[in-house]
Design a protein around this ligand. Structure first.
Ligand code: PLP
Length: 404
């Protein structure tokens, strides 16, 4: 597969229309300052909002977008999102979402075997998935504390705080992975391991899964690698976890809000995270009440692409990251933090500061991060449409102007 991928470009004129509308500069003064008393009607609203919503959006699918965990979305998901909005199904009840409920169960059934899990449900993001997992750990796993590394996502600390569980942060080794030598007794603990940390993309030693009262693996970013025969081994050990989080709106190319929480033993966990009420025909599982049919775009993508099509895009993104890192490593103007593990590449200029360098870059090409007090440039391979040569050209243009 080359850089051009028809799945991310509508076969209709919709994509061309969006591209054209994006070029209209928004007029900052044409939106009502206060809640309008009288509406202007739908057609006028489309004209009014197109330059703002489309023109004012970050171009996450551009060929030089390589900065964030937000992928371009395949056009089949645009159609499904439109159907979803039209039908407004509510996953709270089977009655208010008959096919959508079945679709979610089907997608869960298709994906759980890659992670050794037995079931689960969808959430509107991995922050919610992680909170759900820690809730299950507390009430089904009877854990009394949460242990995670310094590199864990802030949503883990947030979940511990909300659940009133003490949170212990374990030091990392020089590769930013949880260092097992700092682990004590785990018999009353929920151990959280990260498969693809947000800052550096590193993977904690997943062979620790199963050693604690409960093991949760936050695979929000790296999880989809499990579908790839080339990279699946990076996540070996995940099948011994009690729960796994995956963001479908990251490396499964889904529109927001789409994530999964999976459990190894759902029969045992589900009652602990379900509540009944007089107005409900069935208990409400998990944190969210009303929620939309995020499973429909995911189901459509998996049917349209198959596992292979999904993996081609993920593998391509990994290849782009590795290629980018090799070029950076060979360039005397830059210091590479280390070879990427899950498509996240960190580097910095050898001359001048990372902040000055970043300020001179066009926005969306790279992001920045801090690792042990040092500032780094960060690139994330969420975009299989990225053109590495174009990105290198932009990055080198800054460097040469700085050092001359
Ligand atoms: C992105 C991310 C999260 C949070 O996911 P959201 O979907 O943004 O709520 C949690 N953990 C890790 C490792 C992540 O990369």
């Amino acid at each position: 597969m080359n850089g051009y991928d028809h799945s991310f470009r509508s076969s209709t004129d919709l994509d061309r229309a969006v591209a054209l509308l994006r070029q209209i500069p928004p007029d900052p003064d044409d939106l009502p300052e206060t809640l309008p008393e009288m509406g202007v009607g739908e057609n006028r609203t489309l004209d009014l909002l197109a330059p703002h919503v489309l023109g004012g959006a970050a171009k996450l699918d551009a060929s030089d977008a390589f900065a964030h965990m937000d992928p371009p979305t395949p056009w089949i998901t645009w159609a499904m999102a439109l159907w979803n909005a039209r039908l407004n199904q509510n996953l709270l009840h089977q009655e208010t979402a008959p096919f959508a409920t079945e679709a979610e169960q089907r997608v869960i059934r298709w994906l759980t075997p890659f992670f050794g899990m037995g079931g689960g449900h969808m959430c509107s993001g991995s922050t919610i998935s992680n909170l759900t997992a820690l809730w299950a750990a507390r009430d089904a796993g009877r854990v009394r504390r949460v242990i995670a590394s310094k590199s864990a996502h802030l949503s883990i600390r947030k979940a511990a705080l909300i659940l009133g569980l003490p949170y212990e942060e374990i030091a990392t080794n020089k590769h930013q992975q949880l260092d097992p030598k700092h682990l004590g007794n785990l018999t009353d603990a929920c151990l959280v391991l990260t498969a693809g940390t947000t800052t550096t993309g590193m993977i904690d030693p997943l062979e620790l899964a199963g050693r604690a009262a409960w093991t949760h693996i936050d695979a929000a970013w790296g999880g989809p690698l499990r579908l790839s025969p080339t990279y699946s081994h990076l996540l070996n050990g995940i099948e011994a976890a009690d729960s796994v989080t995956i963001s479908a709106h990251k490396w499964l190319f889904q529109p927001k809000d789409s994530a999964l929480i999976l459990f190894r033993n759902p029969e045992y966990v589900t009652p602990a995270i379900s509540l009944s009420s007089g107005y409900l025909a069935e208990p409400n599982i998990g944190l969210q009440g009303s929620r939309g049919a995020a499973a429909i775009p995911l189901l459509a993508t998996l049917i349209a692409w198959g596992r292979r099509g999904m993996v081609e895009r993920i593998d391509r993104a990994m290849m782009l990251a590795n290629h980018f890192a090799e070029k950076i490593a060979d360039d005397e103007h830059f210091e590479l933090w280390g070879m990427p593990r899950t498509g996240v590449t960190l580097f910095k200029p050898t001359l001048g500061t990372t902040q000055d360098f970043y300020a001179s870059l066009p926005s969306g090409i790279l992001s920045t991060c801090t690792v042990q007090g040092a500032h780094w440039l960060r690139s994330v391979a969420a975009n299989p449409l990225a053109d590495i040569d174009k990105i290198l050209l932009a990055v080198r243009a800054v460097n040469f102007s700085h050092s001359s």
